[in-house]
Design a protein around this ligand. Structure first.
Ligand SMILES: [Zn+2]
Length: 404
């Protein structure tokens, strides 16, 4: 068996992420033999995933041939499904958006109606990009509810009536490729990481009507045993006013029942502020309405007490806040920072960065694209692509070929 970090997929990843630009750098990075690296790079070139281009700087002897990831070897479909709208994008294999289409939907119309619409939009976007279904290497779908990642089936999603156990991948049969579906928070978390290659540990916390958290470990989404990792909205907290609030899950004093967007709206109305949506509430906070600012800051403090525990437990490099309520910005962050820096262990909090997402509207599409790309370029798929090409060209198997 080869050294694990010198698999074809790992070599491809090193080039994609800019860690290595030549065979010699791959040898240095992985510790694998020159022969092994050369054979696998040849396979990746034959599979059209890597290409050679130009010469690097010589360190004595012949200058090395530079390697480049061929991000136009195919495309992926990225679907960011919301409650009232959907965005469908076509991206290349570096998650660069080639074409994107947004459209209003009503998620409550159920999967048959909504996914038929998504299918139509995807075909429109592909045609506009000058591509065909055969160019699609993988599909990524983010949905606003819990999903069993291994099957792509939503699991009792509270705001998606009719979607329980529906096999989302079946709606994309025409593309004859893998379809990955996950909940929107995990997908947004991937999108916040941007292009693959980060090895950071990050918590991406979405505060919308509810509260959820995407956990990124070493640059990858951590989903847990059943796929429900990061569901922090139902962690029990102590309400600031000492009251008892029953959560929609049936338990008392869950984080989202005390500090989520729905809770903020309830408390604002109780305080006599005439608002009907969290968007209106956030606009008031941005304009500096005193009573709303105080509510948002309190919500930040409550969220911060939970995040402080998570920081002690997980020690992330950074926390990124996203979702509708996070758009309130400063007052929410102030409350969160006060609680997190006040309650976390100094070593964990020392270099911790807490920010609001710069591109909350883009992270869903970008994350769905990255989820599809990572799936397409994972160990097994790259291995198969390289092998398939080998059978076509009759090249000798990896490991027995001699290096040049
Ligand atoms: Zn709850």
């Amino acid at each position: 068996m080869a050294h694990p970090s010198a698999s074809a997929s790992a070599l491809l990843r090193h080039v994609r992420t800019g860690r290595a630009r030549s065979r010699a750098e791959l040898v240095a990075l992985t510790g694998a033999s020159r022969n092994t690296v050369s054979a696998r790079v040849d396979q990746l070139i034959a599979a059209n995933l890597l290409e050679e281009g130009g010469r690097g700087w010589s360190t004595g002897g012949r200058p090395p041939t530079l390697l480049r990831f061929n991000s136009r070897a195919g495309c992926v479909l990225a679907v960011d499904l919301g409650v009232t709208s959907v965005d469908v994008a076509v991206t290349d294999l570096s998650a660069q958006i080639i074409e994107t289409i947004g459209h209003p939907i009503d998620i409550g119309e159920g999967p048959d109606v909504v996914l038929a619409e998504v299918d139509r939009l995807a075909q429109e976007a592909l045609a506009a990009a000058g591509l065909t279904p055969a160019d699609v290497c993988a599909v990524g779908v983010g949905v606003p509810g819990p999903v069993e990642f291994s099957t792509g089936r939503p699991f009792h999603p509270p705001i998606m009536p009719g979607w329980h156990d529906y096999p989302i991948p079946s709606a994309f049969g025409r593309y004859e490729c893998q379809v990955y579906a996950d909940n929107d928070v995990n997908v947004m978390a991937l999108g916040e990481m941007g292009i693959a290659g980060s090895d950071e540990d990050v918590l991406v916390v979405k505060v919308g009507t509810g509260i959820g958290c995407g956990i990124i470990v070493d640059g990858r989404v951590y989903r847990g045993a059943q796929g429900s990792a990061g569901d922090i909205g139902h962690i029990s907290v102590t309400p600031p006013g000492g009251q008892t609030v029953i959560c929609r899950c049936g338990n008392e004093n869950c984080l989202e029942a005390i500090a989520g967007g729905g809770a903020l709206l309830r408390d604002a109305r109780a305080a006599g502020v005439p608002v009907s949506t969290t968007r209106e509430l956030v606009e008031l906070a941005v304009r500096g309405d005193g009573s709303v600012l105080e509510l948002v800051r309190n919500s930040g403090r409550t969220i911060g007490t939970v995040l402080a525990s998570l920081v002690n437990f997980f020690n992330p490099h950074r926390i990124v806040m996203t979702g509708g309520v996070a758009q309130a910005g400063a007052p929410l962050l102030a409350g969160i920072r006060e609680a997190v820096y006040g309650r976390s262990m100094p070593l964990a909090a020392r270099a911790l960065d807490i920010t609001v997402s710069d591109a909350p509207d883009l992270s869903g599409r970008l994350g769905a694209a990255l989820m599809a790309i990572e799936g397409f370029l994972d160990e097994d798929s790259v291995h198969q692509l390289a092998r398939a090409d080998e059978q076509v060209t009759g090249a000798s198997p990896a490991g027995t070929r001699t290096g040049r």
